[in-house]
Design a protein around this ligand. Structure first.
Ligand SMILES: [Zn+2]
Length: 186
């Protein structure tokens, strides 16, 4: 299983690379990686497992963050208590269309590869339509908004060597973002 020691941190060159497209069928290693990424995220949302394994909670993890420069990430988001979580692995993901409207998390974004708080608003598209492949090589299409849309864009950035704070205006981190509706994360 993936532990915090397996996650590379900012400054590591792999986090700045454009990750490679994945070909199908997946190798056994790639399939295992898909499972491991999703498993980390799910486990990291369990208080007991966090304590036992020293995990930091997250909602998404991308392959480059475990030093594998391939276009794969996993997301696991519980939006509402009692509702089925949004949980998936995305391979070769793409945004096929997006809203003009932007959004951002009022509390800012965090990252398992960044061991510090970085203040500031990170502008994201409020709504996106995405395409990706699952580990069986089946393509799927989804529409996302709110936190899942933000998380998808954060993880997709990792596949392109972009860190969330690259989007923050260093001179005015809390400046009003035009056409944006802020999002509160509970
Ligand atoms: Zn991240």
């Amino acid at each position: 299983m993936i532990l915090m020691d397996d996650i590379i941190r900012e400054g590591h060159p792999t986090l700045r690379k454009i990750a490679e497209e994945v070909t199908f069928p997946l190798t056994d290693d790639e399939r295992k990686l898909c499972n491991d990424l999703l498993e980390y995220i799910i486990n990291s949302q369990d208080d007991e497992l966090c304590e036992r394994y020293g995990l930091r909670p997250g909602i998404g993890l991308a392959a480059p963050q475990v030093n594998v420069s391939k276009r794969i990430f996993a997301l696991h988001i519980e939006e509402e208590e009692g509702k089925k979580p949004l949980s998936f692995v995305a391979i070769n993901p793409k945004i096929v269309s997006h809203s003009v409207e932007k959004t951002y998390l009022i509390s800012g974004e965090g990252c398992l590869s960044v061991d510090r708080d970085v203040d500031g608003f990170v502008p994201r598209y409020a709504r996106i339509t995405v395409k990706a492949f699952d580990p069986d090589g089946k393509e799927y299409k989804m529409r996302l908004k709110g936190l899942p849309a933000i998380a998808f864009q954060h993880e997709l950035d990792h596949l392109n060597g972009i860190m969330f704070y690259d989007h923050i205006d260093v001179n005015a981190p809390f400046k009003v973002i035009p056409d944006a509706t802020p999002l509160e994360r509970d």
